[in-house]
Design a protein around this ligand. Sequence first.
Ligand SMILES: [Zn+2]
Length: 492
Amino acid sequence: MSLQAAAAIFLSTFVLSACAPRTPAPAGAVYSYEITPPPDGSWTLKVEATFEGSPGDRLVAPEAAGSVREVVLARGADTTPLAREGDAWLAPPSCRTRCTIRYDLDLDAVAAACHRMDCDRRVGDAIIGRASTFMLRPRPMGDAVVRVRVAGPDVARFATGLRRDPEGGYVFAARELGEASFTAFGAIRRAQLAIPGSRARVELALLGPPLAMGDQGVAGFVVESASCVAGLFGRFPVDATVFVVPVRGSRSVVFGRVMSLAGASVALLVGDATPASSVHDEWVVVHELFHLGTPSFVGEGHWLEEGLATYYEPIARERAGWMTEAELWSHFVREMPRGLRATGDAPELEERDDTDSTYWGGALFAFLADVNVRAASGGAHSLDDVIRAVLDREGDGTHASRVADFLRDGDAAATNHELTAAYGSWAVRGQNPDLDALWRKLGISRIADPRAGSERSASREATVVLRDDAPWAAIRRGIAGVGVQHAGSELH
Ligand SMILES: [Zn+2]
């Protein structure tokens, strides 16, 4: 399975969970968890949960079935075991107003029961999973506020990207539970990373044995990748926690995923033999960090999120000097055709969920919009203005937004309607662009047959030559960040 295919499956998993129907809860429902991370030598997480205004009479832990122990109702010093029925515990009526439940969670058993890539896993002396795993919770949850506090002598054996509560601990909405942040327990080596020119707090959480490049090498790699992304948005978009998980025997970054709605977190699976000298060839980290700069389109717009990241990741690396302009366009000439609509495909990108349509179909939308915004504005505006305006108005990856809001804000920033026009012609009506004509107009000539569908690792070889006397050469150079554009100078 390709990395992007795996990523697509992971994201679709999230979309399904994030779109579960919500049930109204009494106003002011609050679920507060106080967790005590286990000491070295134990994997028993102690949890005390207080439910106020719960609409459900069942308590469930879907991600940790079979690993929750000793569930009791606590009244002062008195405790009463809760009855179990199937996969649920029966919540006492007092939970509709206020009740306190205590339980243990066997984290090691949770990890042992996971046989997919996107659930809890043991990494050396640590376990990484989702924050929702440890939350025994009312079913239905309703529109509750969820608070998490960490207690005990081993708070350093806990790391999460959950949204920080100014009053202490962490806070998010029950509807965000499907993206409730990567979270780790156990031995964690951590560092606060400073991203040049940005005030965002980026925490690095390193799990398992050190990589060959060393912890300093990993920190430098993440800072450099974050700086690429900051260059696109004008700043690093949001506070985030980046988890690095080693993969034995591999020499590259093998997987990455963002969970951001309840607070920004990124998990990176990095080959433990990845050489420090090859980090500029790595695209996954820049791709994932880019996601933090766009709002989350929940229940729609998967193609837009992935398309923007797929388009901008190589552009960011080229503008940062990680690759040449010829290598950037070689990559696009080779890969963009993967996004074209095939006979029999639905016209709307929203209706096509295959990997190529989602990633490269989405990237084609970004490319067409960028070129046309630049052409219509005489080079004065671009898709860069669009993504920066959307970040300012709709928020970063911790905020939910709509495709319609993206288009409205984007058109305003572009000062024309080319974004919406590209959306209509390509993303809705599925009118394939004439890519060969577009490459010629931009001054891009192939010098070798494109290897459409080839592995990304082979993409460094330049297979194009660039001509600066082409009609839209200034647009091409503007996208690549080469030289200074003069409004209207070469536009037709
Ligand atoms: Zn992605």
